[in-house]
Each structure stands twice: as structure tokens, then as C-alpha cells.
Design a protein around this ligand. Structure first.
Ligand code: BG6
Ligand code: MG
Length: 215
């Protein structure tokens, strides 16, 4: 019997990829190269430092750990400035309704986000109170596809992982859910999210009754 849903944030509830792209592109240009939207796809669901390493590899640039910390901090400052204007208008279609329908069905909700900015974004979107618990990148050691973040969300809810359903848009995120032993709903393209148990275009297609067993 399903007892909880664990949602990813970026790409599921709101589209922050465009803001990350702007800030990463500025960083790349500071270092003398460009990234494009196709490359940006590879950064979805990937944590800050892992993203930076992928970008540096893409540009053929080698930095010291100290330089990396400085560049990552500057990228984040720029990103934080870009998300400062976010509001409920930045919720993806059906996101609020999906969260409300899960709670309305008597189930719990958790957030499992690779972003350290997740709590601030939830506050801007006006949906902090729709989550029973939040796990962000500050609280875990291993990034997706490691199951740690989804397992921690289940533990904080006090629900067994196999009674949870995870919702993710990134390949690494779906892998993280499956590695945690949960049912996985993918958001996006079924040909890309091959490990997902079900795939929908977006939360506007989410129907809680399709996924929970009723007695
Ligand atoms: C993920 C995003 O949710 O969080 C990635 O999909 C992002 O694009 C990562 O790099 C880390 O975010 P932050 O806010 O901690 O830099
Ligand atoms: Mg995502």
C-alpha cells in the first residue's frame, strides 16, 4: 500500500534549468568557451560540483580545487540573483494540484532535491507547507543516482521505501528512485527515462488514483 510520494524539484515542480543555464554559460564564457542547450541537458539533476566538473571537462579547462570553489560560488551568486524573482507563477502546470491531490488522498509528501537552493525556491513558489519533509543537497553525501536522497526522504517521513513513489525528470534521478527500491514516475520522454515504471509529460497529467491501491 502506497503511503507517500517523493518529488524532485527542478524539472518536475518548476523549471529552473533555464536559470542554471544562464549562470553556467556566464562561467564558461569567463573561462573562454561556450555551452549550448544540448550540453545543458546533461546537467539536469546533477549536483553543483559534479556539474562544474562536467563543464570544465567539456571546455578542456583544468582548475585547482580553490579555483573551482570560487567559480562555483560565483555561479551560485548569479543563480540566486536569477531565482530571486520567482513566484507562484513559476510553478509548472499541475504541480500545486498534484501535491494537493496526494495530501487529499491521505498520503505524505516529501521533496528530494539535488539543489542546495531547494528550500528557498519552495518558499518563492509558495508551496513549502505542502511538504511533510524536505531533503536537499545539504543533507546528503552522495548525489543521484545514489539512492541516499530518496532513502533519507522516506526515513524522515517514517515510511518504508517500497511504500513510496518517486517522481523525477532526470535519468540519474529515476535511477536514484529505483536504487532506493521505490516505484518511479518519470516526467518527460519514455525513450529517455527507460528505467521509470510509468512516464507522463508533466504533472498536469498526474492522477494520484492511477498510482495508489485503494482498499
Ligand atoms: C539540481 C538541478 O536539482 O540541482 C541541477 O537539476 C543543479 O541543474 C543542482 O546543478 C544543484 O543545484 P544548486 O542550487 O545546489 O547549485
Ligand atoms: Mg530534476
Amino acid at each position: 500500500q502506497i503511503q507517500a510520494f517523493v518529488f524532485d524539484l527542478d524539472g518536475v515542480i518548476t523549471d529552473t534549468a533555464k536559470f542554471h543555464f544562464i549562470a553556467w554559460q556566464k562561467l564558461a564564457q569567463r573561462l573562454g568557451f561556450d555551452i549550448d542547450h544540448e550540453f545543458n541537458e546533461r546537467l539536469k539533476g546533477v549536483g553543483r560540483m559534479d556539474s562544474l566538473n562536467l563543464i570544465l571537462q567539456h571546455g578542456g579547462v583544468i582548475l585547482t580545487d580553490e579555483q573551482k570553489d570560487k567559480e562555483a560560488a560565483q555561479k551560485n551568486d548569479e543563480y540566486v540573483e536569477l531565482i530571486a524573482d520567482m513566484s507562484a507563477a513559476d510553478l509548472l502546470p499541475g504541480a500545486r494540484e498534484a501535491l494537493e491531490s496526494v495530501r487529499g488522498a491521505g498520503l505524505k509528501t516529501a521533496l528530494a532535491s539535488a539543489s542546495k537552493n531547494a528550500p528557498a525556491i519552495l518558499a518563492r513558489l509558495g508551496i513549502s507547507d505542502l511538504f511533510d519533509t524536505v531533503v536537499d543537497a545539504n543533507l546528503v553525501v552522495n548525489g543521484k543516482p545514489d539512492p541516499e536522497i530518496f532513502l533519507k526522504a522516506a526515513a524522515q517521513l517514517g515510511v518504508s521505501p517500497n511504500a513510496c513513489i518517486g517522481v523525477e525528470d532526470a535519468v540519474a534521478g529515476v535511477q536514484s528512485i529505483k536504487n532506493a527500491g521505490m516505484y518511479a514516475i518519470g516526467i518527460g520522454d519514455a525513450r529517455v527515462l527507460t528505467r521509470a515504471d510509468a512516464v507522463i509529460d508533466g504533472l498536469h497529467q498526474f492522477d494520484v488514483n492511477r498510482f495508489i491501491v485503494k482498499d
